[in-house]
Design a protein around this ligand. Structure first.
Ligand SMILES: C[S@@+](CC[C@H](N)C(=O)[O-])C[C@H]1O[C@@H](n2cnc3c(N)ncnc32)[C@H](O)[C@@H]1O
Length: 191
């Protein structure tokens, strides 16, 4: 990933590190032409930009986030300003991005394509993590790269989400090969 692009994406307010941006970008570069990527939890577009900028021009990235469908607002996630910031920040890649203002299980219920790259950076509760993965696993195929943020099995850090760790250990690891970790990000490739 060139330095100028990395600087541009790092300037988008967000919650993944520069190493994770480069990791997601590299994963997206491996998606075959015409392929489909899905992101759950998009906020202001940092991870979406990392993925979209790595995809071939005829690929699609569906970015799912409730944005203004929710009202409680601890971290500024659910404001019209955040929704618009996503559009503005990802505008260089708008030809590959579909912004879905929705809940992830709603989109999964009718989604008609197998997914090549799936990235989740959204709910951390046991119920939420289960909902995201159980609704999207049926859309995976052999070779789908699955990626989750906020995996930290060491329990040492500030960011520890036991439900994400349990999902990776109990469900995602057994169904995948070629496991990788970069900072808080975990990935595997579906068997
Ligand atoms: C940690 S932020 C995502 C950060 C983003 N990936 C980035 O690169 O900066 C978590 C996101 O999850 C979204 N979210 C909240 N409730 C959700 C739900 N029920 N389903 C999916 N996403 C949800 C929030 O709106 C927020 O944008």
């Amino acid at each position: 990933m060139d330095e100028k692009l990395l600087t541009k994406i790092c300037a988008i307010e967000g919650q993944i590190s520069s190493d994770e941006i480069q990791f997601l970008h590299g994963m997206a570069q491996r998606v075959s032409p015409g392929g489909v990527a899905v992101e759950v939890g998009s906020f202001r577009g940092r991870s979406a930009a990392a993925i979209a900028s790595g995809l071939a021009k005829d690929c699609h990235l569906v970015c799912i986030d409730p944005w203004t469908l929710k009202t409680e607002n601890g971290r500024g996630y659910f404001t019209p300003e955040t929704l618009l910031a996503f559009q503005e920040n990802t505008s260089p890649w708008q030809s590959v991005i579909t912004q879905a203002v929705a809940f992830p299980n709603q989109v999964a219920a009718w989604f008609g394509r197998k997914v090549d790259l799936f990235f989740s950076d959204s709910l951390k509760s046991k119920v939420g993590v289960k909902m995201v993965w159980e609704s999207w696993i049926p859309h995976f195929k052999t070779g789908t790269t699955i990626v989750t943020h906020d995996y930290d099995p060491d329990t040492s850090g500030r960011w520890h989400y036991p439900a994400v760790v349990a999902m990776v250990e109990n469900v995602l690891k057994p169904m995948t090969l070629r496991h990788k970790r970069v900072m808080l990000t975990w990935s595997g490739v579906v068997k």
